[in-house]
Design a protein around this ligand. Sequence first.
Ligand SMILES: [Ca+2]
Ligand SMILES: [Ca+2]
Length: 97
Amino acid sequence: MNRSIKLSLAAAIAFAAGSAFAQSTPPAQQPTPPQASAPVDSNKAVLDARFDAMDANHDGFLAKDEVAKDRQLSQNFAVWDSNGDGKISRSEFDSHA
Ligand SMILES: [Ca+2]
Ligand SMILES: [Ca+2]
């Protein structure tokens, strides 16, 4: 009888210790959401706004007269116009901006 009480006590202590250990285990770490793309997205939004502001006729291309207000762009128009078609497409703009 004495022995079985001791065994029950030991089992209870082991159980309590086990529960305490389980409760003190930190919760599994949540995967960190990728944030590296955030600055790229906001930069793209800035570029989009800049392009749209200059694309006066909204044809998706910047003609030379449309970039006349942007000194940097108008001076380097030939450089930005990679394929030499006389207008700067969105991808040409993105690759130089
Ligand atoms: Ca245009
Ligand atoms: Ca072009």
